[in-house]
Design a protein around this ligand. Sequence first.
Ligand SMILES: [Zn+2]
Length: 325
Amino acid sequence: MNIKQIQKKYNTEAKCLSFLEKLRWGKAVTCTYCSSANTKRLKSEPQRHHCNTCQRNFSVKVGTIFEGTRYPLTDWFLLIGMMLNAKRGISAKQLQRNMGCTYKTAWYTAMRVRSAMIDDCRYALQNIVEMDEAYVGGKPRKGNKPVDNEPNISTVTNKRGRGTAKTPVVGIVERNGKVVLKVIEKLTSRNLLAMLKENVDTKNAIVVTDEFKSYKAFDKQVEHLVINHKKQFSKGVVHTNTIEGFWSIVKNSIKGQYVALSKKYLPLYLVQAQYIYNSRNFTGNLFEEYLKQAVSDEKEMLYYKPARSVKSIVYPKKRKESVCS
Ligand SMILES: [Zn+2]
């Protein structure tokens, strides 16, 4: 949906709320605290409900990204629309200008929107799969603690690629399929293999990587093709151009939109990049699909609170058992 359509269709708070109620509960309202179906609508406030079992009042916002904010839902919807349509990302500063709100509101709201983009699906990528790593985010500054075994920070500051002090992010992409991203601090064979096994159907996949030594361990576990970038960049189907193309989107969006990202919040920006990429071929209404995700999985849905460790939100320990397509 484009911004104009959202503005027209969801122009009042009541319309937004009843749409969220429809997505979350259908016709039968269930208590957000105790899941009881024995509820009634409050006469004084038609958008709130009362639970006859636990005697608490609640609205559809409880337990979702919309909980505990006074930002109008009509504005939330517009902001979500802007973020979903921004294929190269959008900064809080830009959202502030578009929405006419404060920077703080734009930032927190955008972070919550990202937290509902978290994909807790377990993918089993198949066919030809490319795996590669990229180094993103800010360089270490004066006063930052030195990296292990690198006592002199000035020597690592300007280094590019492997050995840099930037944050390593590993990506696996199925050609014409989905991408999976993860921040991995130490690029050891063990860590990379664990990520591979978690996200790739190793029996039905051919994995293409570059010549990085940590990928050598793949040879015994999966059909593994290596392209030596020192010699050539592609040899028939053996190339990592899909994942390299994805990295260029990520890096350009950081450079162009966000300018700088801290390591702490990087995972949430990666969540957004992954979500936008994976829904690129989605033909339905992405705006509604997103909201459905944002109000479902009530108990598992974590809304963003700045005080918490971002990592625990982005990589929830509990993952869905079923494999997503
Ligand atoms: Zn209840």
